[in-house]
Design a binder for this molecule. Structure first.
Ligand code: ASP
Length: 427
C-alpha cells in the first residue's frame, strides 16, 4: 500500500462515480411536508381528470389507515410503560407533576371541544356518510375480489390479531417481515434489563411507524383524488374552517399557559417566551417534540434560569407524556368529522372523546404525524368512520407543526409551575 508521503508513479484510476440515487431514495429525501403538498396537487389534477372514476383510489388509503390503526395500541402500551420505567420522579414532585399534566390536558380538550362546538367548522360544507367500502364486509355474494382487495383484507387490524387467526397467514407474514426488518437495526443491542427490552420494543415500533408515515403522501394523493373526483372542492371549504378553528383553540391554550405562568410562578410570561423561543421555533420546524426536547431543557435551564430539576421534569417527562396540543387536536378532529357527516355527538359521546383524546395524546410519540396514529382510537371509541382521518392528512403537515409548538409550550408551562413563585438564588 503506498504511503501518503511517497510519490505515486502509477496513474490512479478515477474514483468510482457514486451510483445514481434511485428515484425512491430521491423522493424520500424531500421533506415530508413538501411531498404531501406535491401529492395534494397531483391528487387535485387526477381527481379533476378522472371525475367519478377516482373512486378507485379509496382502497389504498384504507390500507394506510389500517396500518396506522394496527400500530396504535402497542405504541400506547410501550410508550406509557417506557415513561414509567425510565423516568425518575422525586416523590413529592410526582403528585404535583401528575396534577399539572392532567389539568393542562383536560383544559386543552375542553377548549378544543368548545371551539369546535361554537365555530362548527364541519358545517361549512356537507358530506354524505361514506359508503362502506370495507371489502371484508362485502361477503361471499359480492363476486370475485381483485388482488388489491385480497391484499387489503389481509392487512392486519392489529399486531396481535392475526396470530390467533388461522385464516390470516398473509397478515402474520406481513407483521413478521416488517418487524424482522425493523429489528435488524437493533439486533446487536444487548438485553440485560427489562428497561433494555422496553427500549428496544419502543425503538422497533417507532421504526415501523416511520415507514408507515412515509406512505402518508400516497394516502394524501389518493384521498384528494377521490374527494375532488367524486365531490369536488366542497369538503375543502370545511377543511379551511377546521384549520382556522384549530388555530383559535391552540391560541387559547397558549393563553391559558401564559396566564398560569403569570399567576403561579416567578418568571414573567414574556421573559419565558423570549427564553424558550429557540425551542418553539424548532418545534414548529421539526414537528417533533422529542427532537426538540434537549433544546427545551437547555432554554429553560440556561435562559429562563429555572432550577435544574424543574427544567428536566417538565421537558423530559413532558415531552413523553404531555401532549396537550395533540389532545386538543384529536378531540376537535372527532367533532369536526361528526359535523361534516351531519352526525350529532351526544354529551356522553363527547365525554368519551375527552377521555380517549387524553389517553391517545399520552401515547402519541413526539414525532411528526404521530397524533394521527392514536386518533384512530378516538374515532373508534365514538363510532366515527376512520376513513376521514385520511382527509385530515391534507392539512396535518401544517397543523402538526402548530400543535407540536403547543406541546412544547405545555412542557415549558409545567416546568415554570414546578419551579414555584421564588427564583432559585444565584450560586
Ligand atoms: N408531532 C407531535 C409532537 O411531536 C405529535 C403529534 O403528531 O401530535 O409532539
Amino acid at each position: 500500500m503506498p504511503m501518503d508521503n511517497e510519490p505515486n508513479p502509477e496513474p490512479q484510476p478515477a474514483p468510482p462515480t457514486p451510483p445514481s440515487l434511485s428515484w425512491l431514495t430521491r423522493w424520500n429525501r424531500i421533506p415530508l411536508y413538501t411531498r404531501i403538498v406535491v401529492a395534494m396537487i397531483l391528487g387535485i389534477v387526477v381527481g379533476l381528470v378522472l371525475g367519478e372514476r377516482a373512486i378507485m383510489f379509496a382502497l389504498p388509503s384504507e390500507i394506510i389507515l389500517r396500518l396506522l390503526g394496527a400500530l396504535a395500541p402497542p405504541l400506547i402500551l410501550v410508550a406509557v410503560a417506557h415513561v414509567m420505567i425510565t423516568t425518575d420522579i422525586p416523590g413529592r414532585k410526582a403528585a404535583r407533576l401528575a396534577w399539572l399534566l392532567v389539568l393542562n390536558t383536560t383544559v386543552a380538550v375542553v377548549i378544543g371541544l368548545t371551539v369546535a362546538n361554537v365555530m362548527s367548522p364541519g358545517t361549512w360544507s356537507k358530506l354524505d356518510a361514506p359508503a362502506e367500502e370495507n371489502v371484508e364486509e362485502k361477503g361471499e355474494g359480492a363476486g370475485q375480489k381483485t388482488p388489491l382487495e385480497v391484499l387489503v383484507e389481509n392487512v392486519p387490524h392489529s399486531i396481535i390479531g392475526p396470530l390467533g387467526d388461522q385464516q390470516n397467514i398473509i397478515g402474520v407474514i406481513l407483521i413478521a417481515v416488517a418487524f424482522g426488518i425493523a429489528m435488524r437495526g437493533v439486533k446487536d443491542r444487548p438485553v440485560a434489563t427489562v428497561t433494555d427490552l422496553v427500549e428496544i420494543a419502543y425503538q422497533t415500533l417507532l421504526t415501523v411507524l416511520h415507514w408507515i408515515i412515509q406512505l402518508v403522501p400516497i394516502g394524501v394523493f389518493c384521498i384528494v383524488a377521490k374527494v375532488v373526483g367524486t365531490e369536488g372542492f366542497e369538503p375543502f371549504k370545511a377543511m379551511a374552517a377546521f384549520v382556522l378553528a384549530v388555530l383559535v383553540a391552540l391560541a387559547l391554550q397558549a393563553t391559558w399557559y401564559l396566564v398560569r405562568i403569570r399567576l403561579f410562578s416567578w418568571p414573567r410570561p414574556w421573559y419565558v417566551l423570549v427564553g424558550v423561543r429557540d425551542a418553539l421555533v424548532m418545534a414548529f420546524s421539526t414537528a417533533s417534540s422529542t427532537a426538540t426536547m434537549p433544546v427545551t431543557y437547555a432554554c429553560l435551564k440556561d435562559n429562563v434560569k429555572l432550577r435544574e430539576q424543574s427544567a428536566s421534569l417538565g421537558s423530559l417527562v413532558g415531552a413523553n407524556f404531555n401532549n396537550d396540543g395533540t389532545a386538543l387536536y384529536e378531540a376537535m378532529a372527532a367533532l369536526f368529522v361528526a359535523q361534516l357527516l351531519g352526525q350529532d355527538l351526544s354529551f356522553v359521546q363527547q365525554l368519551m372523546v375527552v377521555f380517549t383524546a387524553i389517553i391517545a395524546s399520552v401515547g402519541a410519540a413526539g414525532i411528526p404525524e404521530a397524533g394521527l396514529v392514536t386518533m384512530t382510537l378516538v374515532f373508534n371509541a365514538v363510532g366515527l368512520p376512520p376513513q376521514y382521518i385520511i382527509l385530515l392528512f391534507t392539512v396535518d403537515w401544517f397543523l402538526d407543526r402548530c400543535r407540536t409548538t403547543i406541546n412544547v409550550l405545555g412542557d415549558v408551562n409545567v416546568s415554570c409551575l414546578l419551579d414555584g413563585r421564588t427564583q432559585a438564588s444565584a450560586t
